[in-house]
Design a protein around this ligand. Sequence first.
Ligand code: HSE
Length: 314
Amino acid sequence: MDNKKNRVRVRVPGTSANCGPGFDCLGLATTIYNYLDLTLLKSNKVVVESTGEGSENIPRGKRNLTWQAVRRLLQEVGRADEFKGAIIRTENKVPISRGLGSSSTAIVAGLTAANEILGSPLDKHGLLKLATELEGHPDNVAPAIFGGFTVSVMDKGEVQTFSFLPRIKLKLIVAVPDFELSTRLARKVLPKNISMKDAIFNVSRASMLIAALVEGREELLPLAFDDALHQPYRKKLVPGMTEVFEAAKSAGALGAAISGAGSCLIAFTSTKSQLENKIAAAMVEEFKVHGVKSKALILNVDKRGAQILRRNFK
Ligand code: HSE
């Protein structure tokens, strides 16, 4: 039976990692959300109910990723003997296996909701540490927790994150292809070593990207979204990638990139340009030329990260 005191509803944004040159370290939160209604149970029972994106394939019972996050938090704060189960109800809007951070939302939602029910024993940095451990890298979980853009650094297994809101109002245009791409496959195609030339290419652009966003220097962004570390190797997994980037830029985008490990492609424009619909149509049209059916999402940067929506309700 639901226990009023042990129930919380949270909302977690989908995310886009890498932002072009910031492979495995940059990320941003977007205004597309997954919702979790979590009840902690004393009994040893895990019930999972899910609606929306990918709901038919979400693991039920103890294999469920949100449950694993809840359980990890319970262990961390020494309450795992008290709460042995949960009721997990999710409503998912973030497309699955498309590079929009759906697995991060499941982890961050479980950690955030369980932490709230237990009286917030961990701060956001404590949640980030557990989320990074569960996800394996910080670039999606960090913006899902903090909102805005995030820069994350791993040092001896410890994560350090800087989160900020850009001084340019951005519109994000995401072309969502009708095929999934596993992160594992998208990482398998990457080389083990890269050249000094490609390293300099990316370091210069990633630095320019952050500086331009922080200072509000829109005129510097067209230089800043390109990448030589991962996208050239992944383009064979996303038919038409380079051409869709070019189509977005010809329609007025400041830049374009693979969202996370794909399959989505993301383009950036400033709100004041009012070009987002034109860019969206150009991206979908170009994908079609390459035999890929897609739909476009026009999103903003989420500023708040994971939020508690309701506490202690029946
Ligand atoms: N930075 C990661 C990658 C994101 O591009 O492989 C995947 O979630």
